[in-house]
Design a binder for this molecule. Sequence first.
Ligand code: OGA
Ligand code: NI
Length: 340
Amino acid sequence: MEKGEDSSTFKMGNSAQERGLPYVPDCYVVPPSWQPCDSNSEIVPTIDVSRLNGGDDERRGIVNHGINQNILDDALEVAKGFFELPAKEKKKFMSNDVYAPVRYSTSLKDGLDKIQFWRIFLKHYAHPLHRWIHLWPENPPGYREKMGKFCEEVRKLSIEIMGAITESLGLGRDYLSSRMDENGMQVMAVNCYPPCPGPDAALGLPPHSDYSCITILLQNLAGLKIFDPMAHGGSGRWVVVPQVTGVLKVHIGDHVEVLSNGLYKSVVHKVTLNEENTRISLASLHSLDMNDKMSVPCELVNDENPVRYKESSFNDFLDFLVKNDISQGDRFIDTLRIKD
Ligand code: OGA
Ligand code: NI
């Protein structure tokens, strides 16, 4: 086997990470500027989500945000179980179609990526659960039940957090709740990053932001890094997201950047690898309905603050994904910006 084989040798079902190759093929090597050993990495602070509801007496203590640890552990367990299934079982879900409601694939856009990423993933829609759950894997046994429970709990949390975000923008807690509650999309990205023999040369995912309103993430091991653009006088730095049992990460996605007319910025993040252990992450992406367009609220627009973004939907993002290359730095949010 030659190190210099081209990407077509590593299509899904046959990728280096699925085969557990003992070396990193050249087509997985990322440019030096993306490489994971940033000497100046720092650690991201933890925010106590339960405090969102501590704002005044009426709200204090009414809602308990804690998702039972068993639900988190069980979801990670069945996710791991899925990736450990025989290839034949996983291949039933193999698809390159970004519009498919359930699909198994590798890297970012399998077969098209100029650089391959050391990632295996299963993506599936999750809301409303009854509409999608029968399409999910039946194996490992308990996958549907345990992942379904996790999805439901995380979704409730997403509505709470979105309420706090719209309230912080002066739009009220319920500004989006009916649009997110009834028809909102929830896409679960179940990611697996096998041990990598050259963790400093390759990445699990390149720097990107999520199109969603927010993404709630559970991981079994550290590996995620986020970019803090304001650090070092604006030159920025990468910050490590530590693994703490029971802690969920919340990412601001492109659609909250639009919703806030740029007051919130979507967070750029990437996934680094390690040589010893398989990393599993569950990224739950929350947004409006497939064709429901997120636009800048008129309440946030005045003479000093013109509309800074075009409206767009989840479906518009999928169209963007088909035509563009995230691994080369293309960002959906950049296509939405209205230039002054
Ligand atoms: C994603 C993502 C991060 C991770 O799926 O969009 O950024 O830690 N995942 O797997
Ligand atoms: Ni992401």
